[in-house]
Design a binder for this molecule. Structure first.
Ligand SMILES: Cc1ncc(COP(=O)(O)O)c(C=O)c1O
Length: 361
């Protein structure tokens, strides 16, 4: 019997119908929409912000024995990504006003082993990109931006993610937009983009078949269903960002006059994308007591953020201790997140402000 007559019997076959095919196409559409919203030439969707940061370490060629400078006032992933490649995280202190890396501290932390700088836009406030890029250029380092909390923020008028170097975004449900789990890496470089596409897909090359792998890669693909959700989210990104901005503006009004510092205001170079609302208590105030008393009023609040270098596994692994980054440690001891999201009701914000007023007298 001729093969053409009986047909080919594959080893296995997924059950994919037309709707599923539409969804697959939607991964590509999600990437396109996101790239357009950010103004980035290239955008690769990945399975999480952490996965995106890890891939950026591979882009930078970070390897065992290297050092990667990053911020202690961050979520752990911005330091962990270096450890995944066998490098050592080096913490440079932050600026007391922006809570982002202090460029002078970064410059002072550079050694012959430094390979990259992971700059974080904490709480959606853009880091000092020009100064950090100048330091990286001077020392031959790769700049990676952790913009996981900063989709929609702008530096010198241009959206984060559109400044040429790789920038990583995250879409966990607490972020500005969500895909469930998920993330994306934007870049201005076609070569970097091609490498990202291969690395997230088990190291397959553009030309290779399913079981041919040109390099060590990972399964960091964003799944199709998550991407479909992402499309709906990007379509309302402007509304989401405006809602968050308005809630932040109202907090600014309601908390004026209280004995605490509200988040740093925008200036000509920095436009924040609101992620969380973190206030800074004066020295000497019992933060745990404040959080406890807010809790008694039915209001959630949390210490936010602990310094990464003082996490127990960091202390055990590298011997980091108090005094390494005094500014970050001081800020970490006094900052606190209060309820915040795009649709927080004015009455709820008033309740939060009233409770804080009575607790802080
Ligand atoms: C600053 C920062 N970096 C990285 C991440 C990691 O993102 P994901 O949780 O998607 O892995 C987060 C998420 O919380 C973050 O806030």
């Amino acid at each position: 019997m001729k093969l053409e007559a009986v047909g080919h019997i594959p080893l296995s076959a997924p059950w994919i119908d037309e709707r599923d095919e539409e969804l697959v196409m939607e991964v590509v559409r999600f990437e396109e929409l996101l790239a357009e919203a950010i103004g980035a030439p290239y955008c690769a969707a990945v399975s999480s912000g952490t996965a995106g940061l890890h891939l950026c370490m591979r882009l930078a060629g970070v390897k065992a024995g290297d050092e990667v400078i990053t911020s202690p006032y961050s979520f752990v992933a911005s330091a962990n990504c270096a450890i995944y490649e066998g490098a050592t995280p080096v913490f440079a202190d932050i600026d007391a006003k922006t809570f982002n890396l202090d460029p002078a501290a970064v410059e002072a932390a550079v050694t012959p082993r430094t390979r990259a700088v992971v700059a974080v836009d904490i709480f959606g406030y853009p880091c000092e990109l020009d100064e950090l890029r100048a330091i990286c250029d001077r020392h031959g380092l790769t700049l990676v931006e952790d913009s996981c909390e900063a989709l929609g923020a702008r530096y010198k008028g241009r959206p984060l993610g559109s400044h040429g170097h790789p920038a990583v975004f995250a879409f966990y449900p607490n972020k500005q937009i969500t895909t469930g789990e998920g993330g994306a890496v934007t870049t201005g470089s076609a070569e970097e983009h091609e490498l990202l596409i291969s690395l997230r897909n088990q190291g397959r090359l553009e030309t290779s078949s399913w079981l041919q792998h040109g390099r060590l890669g990972y399964n960091y693909r964003l799944d199709d269903v998550s991407a479909a959700l992402g499309i709906g989210q990007v379509e309302k990104l402007d509304r989401i960002l405006a809602g968050r901005r308005e809630v932040a503006r109202q907090y600014g009004e309601l908390l004026a006059g209280l004995d605490l510092a509200t988040p740093l205001a925008d200036d000509a170079d920095h436009e924040r994308s609101w992620f969380v609302y973190v206030v800074e208590l004066p020295r000497g105030v019992d933060r745990d007591g404040v959080i406890h008393r807010l809790g008694d009023e039915g209001i959630a609040a949390a210490p936010y953020l602990p310094s990464v270098h003082l996490q127990s596994y960091m202390r055990e692994r590298y011997g980091f201790a108090e005094g390494l980054c005094p500014v970050s440690e001081d800020v970490s001891a006094r900052t606190m997140a209060i309820p915040f999201h795009a649709r927080l009701a004015r009455e709820d914000q008033e309740r939060v402000a009233d409770a804080l007023r009575s607790v802080l007298v």
